[in-house]
Write a protein that binds this ligand. Structure first.
Ligand code: GLV
Ligand code: MG
Length: 346
C-alpha cells in the first residue's frame, strides 16, 4: 500500500498537484453525446446551456468503424464550444480495448486543459485506476495541463462490485462512480435484457389468504449495488451516480429509478435522451418543501446542537446535518438556475 504521505503527491514531475477536496460542482445529469455524428455535435452549444455535464461518448454504442471519428469529433466539439460552468467529460473505451490508449493520449494532448473528467468503463479493481492515474500524470506534465483531470469509474462488472471500496479509495484523482446496470447485468449473468430499471418478475408475493388473488410487490433490482456504491463513495468523499435508463418512452419508470438512487445518496444520473434531462433536473434538485423545512431546522438550531421540536417532529444534531446537505444542494442549484433560486427563496 502507498504511504499516506505520498498519496497526494503528483505521480509525474511537472504534473499538477492532486486535489485534496473535490471541486464543488452541480452534476445532476451527465448528458451523453455521440460525437461522431455532426448533427449531434451541432446541438452541443445549446445543450451546454441546459445540462450540468456534457460527455462525449467514445465507448459502447459507438460503432467500431466510427471510433476514430468519435474521438476526433469529441476533440472538435471540446475545442469549439464554450462550456462555461458546464462540465466537460469523455467516456473512453475500456482499457483492454484497441482504442483506449489513443483515446487518452490524443484527447489529453488536444484538449486536456478543458477536460474535467474521464469516465473509465469496466473498472475491475484499483489497478485500473492506478494505470490511468499514472498515465494521466505523465500526459499532464508533458502537455502542461494546469489542473488534474479526474477519473470517474463505471461500476459494471461483478469484480468491480467486489472491489468497489478499493476502487473508491484508489487515488485522489477519483471523482466518483456510476452504476452501469447493462454491463453489470451481463457480467453477473442476470436474466434480463434491459438497460437499468426494474423487472416485473423480481418481486415478493404476499402470503396466501384463502382464495383471494395474491398481491405481488416489485422490488428494486439495483438496491443492493447502489447501496454498496453509495457507502464506498461517501466513505471516500467522492460522488455516486445512477447510470443509464434505456427505455426512453417510460418517463415514469426513469423518474422512479432516478429518485430511488437520489434518496439513497446518489447526486445525479446519466441522460441518454433529451427527455431525461428534465427528469434528472427535477429529481436531483431537492424538493422545495424539503428545502423550506431544512431551512427551518438550520434556523432553529444555529449552532447545529441540542434538540428542538418543529411541526411536531424532533430535530437534533443528526437532522441538522441532513438539513445542511439539502440546503447546500439547493444553494448549488440556485447558482445555476435562477428560477429554482426563486422557488427555494434563496
Ligand atoms: C453502462 O455503461 C452500462 O453498461 O449500463
Ligand atoms: Mg457499460
Amino acid at each position: 500500500m502507498k504511504l499516506p504521505r505520498n498519496f497526494f503527491k503528483p505521480l509525474a514531475i511537472g504534473a499538477p498537484a492532486p486535489y485534496r477536496e473535490l471541486p464543488v460542482r452541480l452534476e445532476r445529469m451527465i448528458h451523453f453525446v455521440p460525437p461522431h455524428m455532426e448533427k449531434m455535435r451541432a446541438k452541443v452549444p445549446d445543450l451546454a446551456k441546459q445540462v450540468d455535464v456534457a460527455l462525449g461518448n467514445l465507448e459502447d454504442a459507438i460503432p467500431i468503424d466510427a471510433k476514430e471519428a468519435a474521438r476526433s469529433g469529441f476533440i472538435e466539439m471540446a475545442r469549439n464550444v464554450d462550456f462555461g460552468s458546464t462540465g466537460l467529460w469523455t467516456r473512453i473505451n475500456a482499457l483492454n480495448s484497441p482504442w483506449a490508449l489513443d483515446d487518452i493520449i490524443d484527447v489529453v494532448a488536444a484538449i486536456g486543459n478543458k477536460l474535467d473528467v474521464i469516465m473509465l468503463p469496466k473498472v475491475d479493481g484499483p489497478w485500473d485506476i492506478a494505470y490511468l492515474d499514472q498515465l494521466l500524470a505523465q500526459l499532464e506534465a508533458k502537455h502542461a495541463i494546469g489542473k488534474p483531470i479526474l477519473i470517474h469509474a463505471i461500476l459494471e462488472t461483478a469484480e468491480g462490485v467486489k472491489n468497489v471500496e478499493a476502487i473508491a479509495a484508489a487515488s485522489p484523482r477519483m471523482h466518483g462512480m456510476s452504476l452501469g446496470p447493462a454491463d453489470l447485468a451481463a457480467s453477473r449473468a442476470m436474466k434480463t435484457t434491459r438497460v437499468g430499471g426494474g423487472h416485473p418478475d423480481y418481486m415478493v408475493l404476499a402470503d396466501p389468504e384463502g382464495d383471494k388473488p395474491r398481491a405481488g410487490y416489485q422490488q428494486d433490482l439495483w438496491h443492493y449495488t447502489v447501496g454498496k456504491m453509495v457507502d464506498a463513495c461517501a466513505a471516500n468523499a467522492i460522488k455516486p451516480f445512477y447510470g443509464p435508463f434505456g427505455d426512453f418512452a417510460d418517463l415514469a419508470a426513469c423518474e422512479s429509478q432516478f429518485r430511488n438512487a437520489f434518496l439513497q445518496g446518489c447526486v445525479g444520473a446519466w441522460s441518454l435522451h433529451p427527455t431525461q434531462i428534465a427528469i434528472a433536473k427535477k429529481v436531483y434538485s431537492p424538493d422545495p418543501g424539503e428545502v423550506a423545512f431544512a431551512l427551518k431546522i438550520l434556523e432553529a438550531m444555529p449552532d447545529g446542537a441540542g434538540a428542538v421540536m418543529i411541526d411536531g417532529k424532533m430535530q437534533d444534531d443528526a437532522t441538522w446535518k441532513q438539513a445542511k446537505v439539502i440546503v447546500d444542494l439547493a444553494k448549488l442549484v440556485s447558482e445555476k438556475d435562477a428560477e429554482m433560486a426563486k422557488v427555494y427563496g434563496l
